[in-house]
Design a protein around this ligand. Structure first.
Ligand code: FAS
Ligand code: PHB
Length: 388
């Protein structure tokens, strides 16, 4: 088989890239290791930057998002039972869209099917060959080995994929910070406790109240890395959540059975460069952020913005400058989001080795947000997404 761009990974970055390139007349094949049901079962991000909304619209997959998503003009931070509203619209004149990554992926798969696009799922042993300048990909499906010749490879295969490892060790540089706690997440078919998200700083640990729709709520608790999901009954989860969120919310919280419960570790990670010859790294294949700043999915989308621009220019005009500039352009925005996600995580969580000095710094940072519109503006412009 031959294609112009071989996309490894059928998650949001791979599917969005495929859709944008298709709309520009560029041929792609998507190789996905898992089956579609598994990919569509993953519960992940919930908040879309307005730039992401624009990209999904440009890809022609925004209709259900606008119909079913929630547009939020702000978010709440809380500490010591005091709530601070970050008013995105007043501070930076924009908003965010609350619409689950699961739904985004569904919409992208529906669009791929509608255009008759090729997504080869359950593709095993995907291997990159011929890099940096004469790429092809091999994989096995149903016991038969296949080869795809291509002009370019987009590594959209996430943190545990194979693309990043294809860069030579002499070229690849990685940067990592592992946080000493995880997030225990629960999905429940209950009405959200608040009309906007609540990010709660509490002496017992961080908590987050989010949502998917009017009767589907998403909650998180900071837990020690040693915790296992089995240790947390639904009752224990709800009791702990009530302790950490503002009393007014705790008093109105509607609880119910967890329909999904999982613990995710938190890390900051960046791999440089994000291009080697005709191989590009995109999304989680190149970077990971703690979910505190709601940046993971949104960074994958901005990578797709830069890469789709570069490949469209290459095929339409024969120009290589955006291809050459892809890694630097993407990394410039990635590192700003890495910083913001680290800052939000440090602001809102309890660290096991935290000193009293650290606690005073955290309290003063929160007090500064409460009393300074300049401080709230800095948080707002990063949270809603810096310009592409
Ligand atoms: P993905 O990991 O989504 O997709 C990669 C795809 O490649 C997968 O389908 C995988 O099966 C496939 N693949 C892997 N190896 C392959 C191979 N060898 N061959 C073929 N295919 C292969 N972000 C937020 O903004 N907010 C959140 O709250 C949030 N919560 C998260 C919770 C968890 C548990 C995780 C893991 C991530 C979370 N994220 C969150 C980040 C997440 O949303 C990612 O940023 C987003 O999925 C990135 O999309 P992709 O780059 O497409 O990677
Ligand atoms: C979510 O709804 O899953 C979510 C929202 C905001 C975050 C992290 C997760 O910062």
């Amino acid at each position: 088989m031959r294609t112009q761009v071989c996309i490894i990974g059928g998650g949001p970055s791979g599917l969005l890239l495929a859709q944008l390139l298709h709309r520009a007349g560029i041929d792609t094949v998507v190789l996905e290791r898992r089956d579609r049901a598994y990919v569509l079962s993953r519960i992940r991000a919930g908040v879309l930057e307005w730039g992401t909304v624009g990209m999904l619209d440009a890809a022609g997959v925004g209709e259900r998002m606008h119909r079913e998503g929630f547009v939020h003009g702000g978010t709440l931070l809380s500490a010591r039972n005091r709530a601070i509203r970050i008013d995105f619209e007043a501070l930076v004149g924009t908003r965010v869209m609350v619409y689950g990554q699961t739904e985004v992926t569904h919409d992208l798969y529906d669009a791929r099917d509608a255009m008759g696009g090729v997504v080869i799922d359950e593709a095993e042993g995907v291997t990159l060959h011929g890099l940096p300048d004469a790429p092809f990909v091999t994989y096995t499906k149903d016991g038969t080995e296949h080869r795809i010749d291509c002009d370019y490879i987009a590594g959209c295969d996430g943190f545990h994929g194979v693309s990043r490892a294809a860069l030579p060790a002499s070229l690849l540089k990685t940067f990592e910070k592992v946080y000493p706690f995880g997030w225990l997440g629960v999905l429940s078919e209950t009405p959200p406790v608040s009309h906007e998200l609540i990010y709660a700083n509490h002496e017992r640990g961080f908590a987050l109240c989010s949502m998917r729709n009017a009767n589907l709520s998403r909650y998180y608790l900071q837990v020690p890395l040693t915790d296992r999901v089995e240790q947390w009954s639904d009752t224990a989860f709800w009791d702990e959540l009530r302790r950490r969120i503002p009393h007014e919310a705790a008093d109105t919280l509607v609880t119910g059975p967890a329909i999904e419960k999982s613990i995710a570790p938190l890390r900051s990670f960046v791999a440089e460069p994000m291009r080697w010859g005709r191989l590009f790294l995109v999304g989680d294949a190149a970077h990971i952020v703690p979910p505190t700043g709601a940046k993971g999915l949104n960074l994958a989308v901005s990578d797709v913005h830069y890469l789709s621009q570069a490949l469209i220019a290459r095929y339409r005009d024969g120009t290589e400058d955006l291809v050459e500039a892809y890694s630097d352009r993407a990394l410039a925005r990635v590192w700003k989001a890495i910083r913001f996600s680290w800052w939000m995580t440090t602001l809102l969580h309890r660290f096991p080795d935290q000193t009293e000095f650290d606690q005073h710094i955290q309290n003063s940072e929160i007090a500064y947000l409460e009393h300074s519109s300049a401080a709230r503006t800095v948080l707002a412009e990063n949270y809603v997404g810096l310009p592409y």
